[in-house]
Design a protein around this ligand. Structure first.
Ligand code: SAH
Length: 355
């Protein structure tokens, strides 16, 4: 049968390329039966490429200072009640040390856009971590910089970069960001990172203010075309001290449905079941894995600062030591038949020939 005669559900299950209209149809007509069918198929595909392995990334939230003022984000510049902190190089290295002992082989350095951690200082830090742990992958998630800066960081040992595109719809982008931030620059960053040979992660919040089925369909079309190595999605959760503090959170079901769709349109993608998903449902991360995700990102930051890196309210796991976090998540994964592995957990597709 010609692909065009199939409905969107059949087309996605058979691995066809989807149009904007297909994605809109899938999103607007989400039934429990359809969601179950897509999730089952997503899990099948995920097992084909990654078995029952779960990759872990040790997340180090090293600074909550930020020069940006994103309307949704709990650590935005104007959020006055935030207790700001910045870990030193030694503290970050000590997080890596305990992470390494626990079996982590990927470190994710995430922060607000902190002007005190200049590109030069970041370069020294990346080099130091890379020299100390040459068998580990270094992932950066520190925001928008020039191509030249990304190239320097790549040269001294960073190999992955997470930069959520936030929304693929420029008009939607303008409604959730201040006027001085630019959709085009965010997209430029993603393209540069990919061209420089990073394994790149994009992504968006689910249920952010002003999001519609159409903007989400555009996100999916973007993911299908851009073919990132990773996609980070989680529900939007309102944060105190932001203009969106009174808005509704995104839902568990919509997030799970999107995880399945993303696995189906991009079978080899690295897909985390995020902390935000665990925050809106006590078994959110397990449900994420059972919808097609294959990565979890436990926290390695010192407990003394955990509570302060609050992108949104009621964030979970802020009181546990790194070892407890790891044990808890390993047990959660075992309970659903999956296994946390000691591995860098590289992308298994063919997009990145440089690493
Ligand atoms: N400063 C870095 C890291 C940002 S924090 C950067 O610009 O990339 C990581 C992600 O958290 C953001 O990209 C955003 O998608 C998500 N986030 C921020 N506020 C949130 C909220 N209120 N609810 C859920 N996710 C949020």
């Amino acid at each position: 049968m010609y692909a065009t005669l199939l409905n969107a559900e059949e087309r996605i299950l058979q691995g066809h390329r989807l149009s904007l209209a297909d994605f809109s149809e899938l999103l607007e007509q989400r039934t429990p039966e359809r969601q179950k069918r897509l999730a089952d198929h997503a899990v099948l595909l995920r097992k084909q490429y990654y078995g029952t392995d779960i990759f872990v990334r040790g997340l180090i939230e090293f600074s909550n200072y930020c020069k940006n003022n994103c309307l949704y984000c709990g650590i935005r510049r104007d959020a006055r009640q935030v207790d700001r902190y910045r870990l030193s190089e030694e503290e970050i290295l000590s997080c890596c040390r305990s992470g390494y002992e626990l079996g982590y082989r990927t470190f994710v350095l995430q922060s607000g856009e902190d002007v005190i951690y200049t590109p030069d200082r970041m370069e020294r830090l990346i080099r130091l971590i890379h020299e100390t742990y040459p068998d580990c992958a270094i992932t950066l998630s520190v925001g928008e910089y020039s191509r030249e800066v990304y190239a320097r960081w790549r040269e001294v040992g960073a190999t992955r970069y997470l930069l959520r595109h936030e929304t693929a719809d420029p008009a939607h982008y303008r409604r959730i960001h201040p006027p001085e931030m630019s959709f085009d620059n965010r997209m430029r960053c993603l393209r540069d990172l990919k061209e420089l040979g990073y394994q790149v992660g994009c992504g968006m919040m689910v249920g952010s203010p002003f999001q519609t089925a159409k903007t989400l369909a555009e996100d999916l079309l973007f993911i299908q075309d851009f073919r990132p190595h990773m996609v980070g999605i989680g529900p939007f959760i309102p944060a105190q001290g932001t203009p969106f503090s009174g808005e509704r959170a995104g839902t568990l079901d919509m997030t799970l449905y999107l995880l399945s769709i993303i696995r189906l349109i991009h079978p080899t993608v690295l897909l985390p079941a995020t902390t935000a998903l665990g925050t809106i449902d006590p078994r959110g991360r397990e449900k994420g894995i059972l919808s097609g995700a294959n990565v979890i990102m436990p926290n390695l930051s010192p407990v003394s600062v955990r509570e302060k890196y609050k992108l949104y309210d009621n964030k979970i796991c802020t009181g546990e030591e790194a070892a407890e976090c790891k044990n808890c998540l390993s047990a959660r994964m075992e309970s659903i038949g999956y296994h946390v592995v000691v591995s860098r957990g590289d992308y298994c597709g063919t997009e990145n020939q440089h690493d």
